[in-house]
Design a protein around this ligand. Structure first.
Ligand code: ADP
Ligand code: MG
Length: 292
């Protein structure tokens, strides 16, 4: 494409809220054969809300929520915000956190008023030898409702399962259909629970998805698709997504996402809508066919 036609294409895309950082990305977009979508904050709003607190010990719901929110006050994960917001609504004071640690792809741990707290997924509980067998079915049935269940343990004993729900963006289904109608293979990647991922994928019409993917493995999934011969677009919003965005042939960041994701991407979807993906591909095709 000539520099002039690329400039026109970049301008057209900007009008559609699609910010293209370099001309090369505009030219590659039309060749994308597979689009990898992160789930949380990309397909969904990334604004989870607490929906269920299932007690598994004799602590009260308020105590559980107060401890969990105090623990999460040190985390920037969207799940953490859901918990701290819920405690705020119930006007629960946050307690002083003595030690705090994030375990990427698993959850968080802290010591608060001498109590050892753990909060996260099944993998975290297994690695810390917390007995959860009696409650896994309950967690999985919450997951089947597209909710994300998290286990909360105090001093080595499971205290509660807290579930959050993150609504799907209202136009995600249509935007994904548009990509599929263009012959693009759409793949969802998430660190979330397998059943939660399955429920969300079904709702948005994605048949190929990978769940419980550790942050470092997102990049590998992109590479695996490239090795299959796909020209890969990757769309994400989180710090976790940044390496995969850089690895993809074209990286797309959600405009409301983290700075790290935006800096690692070639294209930013300013409106947060996944329609920007098919828009970018269409503008790319028009740009290339205009010149010859
Ligand atoms: P993603 O952003 O793709 O959903 P992450 O790797 O950030 O995935 O998280 C994977 C899982 O680890 C979450 O679904 C959750 O169960 C657990 N987790 C991560 N961070 C936290 C946190 N701050 N509090 C509780 N659980 C967490
Ligand atoms: Mg995300």
């Amino acid at each position: 494409a000539t520099p002039m036609s690329v400039m026109v294409g970049v301008g057209k895309a900007a009008e559609a809220g699609v910010l293209i950082r370099n001309g090369e990305a505009l030219q590659t977009a039309s060749k994308i054969t597979a689009m990898v979508l992160d789930k949380t904050g990309t397909i969904t709003l990334g604004e989870p809300k607490v929906t269920d607190i299932v007690l598994t010990s004799d602590e009260s719901k308020d105590t559980v929520l107060q401890l969990a929110a105090s623990l999460e006050s040190g985390s920037e994960h969207p799940l953490a915000l859901a918990i701290t917001e819920s405690a705020k609504e119930k006007q629960l004071d946050l307690l002083t956190v003595d030690t705090f640690n994030t375990i990427a792809g698993h959850g968080v741990e802290a010591t608060i008023t001498g109590k050892q707290l753990l909060f996260g997924n099944e993998k975290l509980m297994i690695s810390k030898h917390i007995e959860i067998a009696a409650f896994v079915d309950q967690a999985q049935s919450l997951a089947a409702e597209a909710k994300t269940p998290m286990y909360f343990a105090v001093d080595g004993k499971l205290s509660a399962i807290i579930a959050v729900a993150d609504p799907i963006k209202e136009d995600s289904i249509a935007a994904i259909q548009r990509l599929q109608a263009n012959g693009v293979r759409v793949v969802m990647l998430t660190g979330d629970n397998r059943n939660t991922a399955k429920a969300v994928a079904e709702k948005v019409g994605i048949t190929e998805f990978y769940a419980e993917v550790l942050p470092e493995d997102k990049t590998q999934k992109v590479q695996a698709l490239q090795m299959e011969g796909e020209i890969v677009g990757m769309t994400g919003d989180g710090i976790n997504d940044a390496p995969a965005l850089a690895m993809a042939n074209v990286g797309f960041a959600i405009g409301t996402g983290t700075d790290v994701a935006i800096e690692s991407a070639d294209i930013t979807l300013m409106r947060g809508s996944l329609h920007g993906l098919a828009d970018a591909i269409a503008i790319s095709k028009a740009t290339l066919s205009n010149i010859k």
